[in-house]
Design a protein around this ligand. Structure first.
Ligand SMILES: [Zn+2]
Length: 77
């Protein structure tokens, strides 16, 4: 009834949103185990990029050596 619902959003826009939300999910950086893959649990996943500190957090991007999953870790100060 005049409301904007999900059905009004084009599918490609929804797909992009879902992908952004998925990629926004991050794991905690582990001082002992580094970036731990959220899919298969492999520790010390390869760091593909490291951002500088933003306030009290630092983000790293990883690629899992075992399952090739790409994910992000966040290190808190
Ligand atoms: Zn993995």
């Amino acid at each position: 009834m005049g409301q904007t619902g999900l059905a009004d959003i084009p599918v490609d826009v929804l797909r992009r949103l879902v992908r952004e939300v998925t990629e926004a999910k991050s794991v905690d950086w582990d001082a002992q185990r580094g970036g731990v893959c959220p899919v298969c649990g492999t520790p010390h996943c390869r760091v593909t990029s490291t951002r500088s500190w933003e306030g009290r957090v630092r983000e790293r991007r990883h690629t899992c050596l075992t399952c090739s999953h790409k994910f992000k870790s966040v290190q808190g100060a």
